[in-house]
Design a protein around this ligand. Structure first.
Ligand SMILES: [Ca+2]
Ligand SMILES: [Ca+2]
Length: 358
């Protein structure tokens, strides 16, 4: 049986500013860092580094997306509007929760998280294997130092992202200085590689990145899942063991078994819609808002990689009574559904309707 699960009515909403430029960036020990750097042209000399949250969430597969974290504004301001298609920008993910005896959230001391560019999106890149335990500790120590000495409590947030900062590349504690020219983690650009030739953590922004976990105890790293960026800067993560629970299964775990039209956290987004979007149904979520750029208005619904959905459509109405499916102005990819308002149209209501596996 399939049911029509949900609708989202949309109105113009004020933009909510939630951070101030220059505040300390939001970070917690145990978090992973995402870094962008450029080898030429606009932005040369600076890196953009973002705290993307606790490593344990990626390890355990509990992070299914990143709450719609959008990096476009910062990337465009630093690297230009064409940042996504530039061939001289690389991105990568690295983290080491602890280099002290006690470890952090189930990660023993000297555990490292490292990305690697994928050739085929979603197909794991060749895994890391670091034979020497002293080399594994060395990797962890460097990454932890980058977070602990160069980021946490030091970095200042950008105006667009309380988790993101722009670093001077020559700062010896910066992301860039922990990378070798080829992208492998090194130490202050001295040419030494912890992984050997060709084993690099970075990829082009159009590439997806595998995420691996390397412990002190074993040479072979474990594949955890992959990151991808959309052309408009939305970061996504798909765990390796992706499960796609039916709505009722998801609801038992997340909203006390409530039906789809109810709103467990009272944020104005139905449980069903939060299931589709992958937002947290127990924490207030900002509603998708209409955005106008250069006179063109659009609205974007994020799309969870793990919702069990068989179909969806965007409908419009002038009176909230009669709804018409619009396929002309809708763009869809794995991470989002975008409706672009026709130019010169009369005032219009728009909603997303989803058919999910109950
Ligand atoms: Ca809700
Ligand atoms: Ca919510």
């Amino acid at each position: 049986m399939k049911r029509n699960l949900l609708i989202a009515l949309v109105a113009f909403l004020p933009f909510a500013a939630f951070s101030a430029e220059g505040d300390p960036v939001t970070a917690t020990q145990g978090d992973l860092l995402l870094g962008f750097r450029v080898s030429s042209g606009t932005g040369l000399g600076k890196s953009y580094v973002v705290d993307i949250g606790s490593a344990a969430g990626f390890r355990d597969g509990t992070v299914q997306n990143l709450g719609g974290l959008n990096l476009n504004a910062d990337l465009a301001s630093l690297f230009g509007a064409d940042w996504y298609t530039r061939s001289d920008i690389q991105w990568g993910v690295a983290g080491s929760p602890s280099n002290a005896e006690e470890g952090v959230v189930g990660d023993p001391s000297a555990t490292s998280y490292l990305s690697r560019g994928e050739t085929v999106p979603g197909t794991p890149a060749g895994p890391y294997s670091v034979t020497s335990s002293s080399a594994r500790r060395q990797i962890s120590t460097r990454i932890f130092g980058m977070f602990d000495q160069g980021f946490n409590g030091v970095a200042k947030a950008t105006a667009n992202n309380p988790f993101g900062t722009i670093q001077e590349e020559l700062d010896p504690k910066s992301w860039r200085q922990y990378m070798n020219p080829g992208g492998a983690l090194g130490n202050t650009g001295n040419g030494a590689s912890d992984f050997g030739s060709g084993l690099e953590i970075e990829g082009l922004t159009t590439q997806s990145l595998s995420l691996f976990r390397l412990t002190f105890a074993a040479p072979a790293a474990t594949y955890l899942g992959h990151f991808s960026l959309s052309s408009d800067g939305v970061l996504s993560f798909v765990p390796a063991t992706t499960s796609t629970p039916a709505y009722t299964t998801w609801a038992q775990t997340n909203v006390g078994g409530q039906t789809d039209e109810k709103d467990f956290d009272g944020d104005g987004l139905s449980n069903g819609l939060e299931y589709f979007m992958g937002t947290d149904p127990a924490v207030s979520t900002a509603r998708p808002a209409i955005v106008t750029t250069a006179g063109v208005s659009s609205i974007t619904w994020p799309r969870s990689a793990t919702a069990s959905v068989t179909g969806f459509k965007v409908e419009t109405s002038s009176n909230l009574t009669t709804w018409t499916t619009d396929t002309t102005h809708v763009a869809v990819d794995s991470a989002k559904v975008v409706y672009t308002f026709p130019s010169g149209a009369a005032p219009l209501f728009v909603r997303l309707s989803v058919t999910a596996v109950p």
